[in-house]
Ligand binder design. Sequence first.
Ligand code: C2E
Ligand code: CA
Ligand code: CA
Length: 605
Amino acid sequence: MPHHSAPFAKTADDAHTARRTRRSAAHADGAFTADLLGAFQTIRDGISLFGADGRLIMANARFACLYGLEPTLLTPGTSFDAILTGMAGPGEFKAVHDISQKVRQRAAKSTAAESYVLASTKGRVVQVTDHPLTAGGWLTVHSEICVAEACEPSVPTSSHDPLTGLLGRDVFRIVLDRSARQCTVPTAQCKVVSQFALVSVSLDTLGSINDVHGSGTGDAIMVAAAGRITEMFGDGTATARVDANEFAILVWLGSEPEHALARIDRLAKVLATAYSAAGMELAGAFSIGIALAPMHGTDAETLQRRAEIARRSARAARRTQPQFFNALLEEQAAQRRTMERDLRQAVADKAFGLVFQPIVDLRTGAISSAEALFRWTHPELGPVRPDVAIAIAEETGLIQQVGEFVLEAACRAARQWPQSVSVCVNVSATQLGNPDFVNTVLGVLARTGVAPNRLMLEVTETVLLENQNCGTVMESLSAAGVRFALDDFGTGYASMHYLIAFEFDQIKIDRSFVRDLPNRSDCQAIIQAVVGMGRALGKEVVVEGVETEEERRALSGLGTLLAQGFLFAPGLPGDGVGSFARLTHAVRDAKWRLDADRSAVAQAS
Ligand code: C2E
Ligand code: CA
Ligand code: CA
């Protein structure tokens, strides 16, 4: 409420004028208040206006009706505390007290507008937005988002997610929409910023947890995660379960955005801590994306889309920390959508190719196997990196078809090769986690007539990490004679653990250990140790990414090794491998061995 200070009276005349001015100001104030209250009564939302002293200036009837307040509480001058007690009433709105503390703290600082959500035990949801006033005090708008029994078709009937007790998707969407419209950017007239972060959280491993441990365990982890979110943000923050494995949180940034953002960072750590469920300690892989309002959007749809783009990018990069939205991510997402659409078409047309990269025995120069590498050339974008294409196939569920195509094409090519040459095929998490994969592989082997022990499936540590029932699938296939390689060995966290826990026939040391090998005694020692371990455990060892003659020579002193890399050959067409393999000893291979020996002689002399 504006306060009019009395004009300074210099003369009797002045004093008279001052009195008149005061009277008319008081009269104007009274009329103004009456007008304002009249206007308040016509508004559908509940409105309450408090002065700097924390006492009610005015409130409309809708406000009283929303909380079932006694009409006497609406008398101007009633204290905030008395009204709060009335609002909490018989305990229907539990969070009132918590929220009132926040309102009070902010009112004292007079910063930006913020919203809270009050949920009643009877299923009503009220969004409370309070606007601090420059002159002190605050104006609060109370909007009913969801009533106990929907009386309007536009209002969702179920306010809460029955499993977690968080808000449901529809109610959250309304809260988000209203909040987005209420955001402000600073202007010359108004320096106050009201901004919030929309946080999108997903439990990426829910599907595999359900598959392996049953949906009861998956549910228990979702409930526990919801509990951790509520604990971190407290009552009043709009937190929702918006999909089977997705949460959304609306965090007002207030006058100290860095504190709010630090809390979101902490949430990432809290969610990543193990969960006790079904008598076990289970980890959950969460991804978190953030879109800021109004910076990244001023409507619910844009904000949701952008928070999800950020979250998917976090997931793709296997980031556990929150990822903020940025324009580049949106561009990549658009490109990805185009690729998704066209990959679907390419699957229908089987418009892919494979190349095969030989793996060579360093002692004899013979080709022991060749790795099938997926190739897809996008009609407009050109060649797409295979790991990118495979990731899209995984996300869109096309991986089963793509994977089967690769297996079948690889085995068909291998049929043309000498029996001594095996074929290596990369398999992704989704493939290996699917119990049907056993039949797919056995079916392809039967159709193509390739002996099971000529097929080597390459598995990375992340594949094993993401799917908890890989072990059973691997066991069944191993029993049928199919072999397995642990790919990119040394790049993950627990390579040794996986080597022991699963039956691998081959270890493929990642190419990062080969770079600059002649000058890296540490990498040489690691490779030597892995070779020794391979020998002791009866596993073959392959070194990937051998590019130079110097690297080959450094490796040849380190024990019995297989090697793969551009030095020997890049990916070749399938028939190329056949001829390459046949000619190994005769021409091509003899050539690099001859060249190598010559350079060794030249160096020695
Ligand atoms: P990867 O399984 O580690 O495959 C080896 C990658 O290293 C291939 O890249 C190969 O071209 C590259 N490479 C081979 N020799 C050298 C070398 O001497 N120097 C360097 N710098 N690189 C070398 P590519 O073909 O781009 O494949 C990348 C990744 O895509 C593969 O890594 C694999 O994870 C994935 N991928 C490829 N094809 C398939 C597939 O059919 N299924 C699945 N699930 N993943 C695939
Ligand atoms: Ca591989
Ligand atoms: Ca590899």
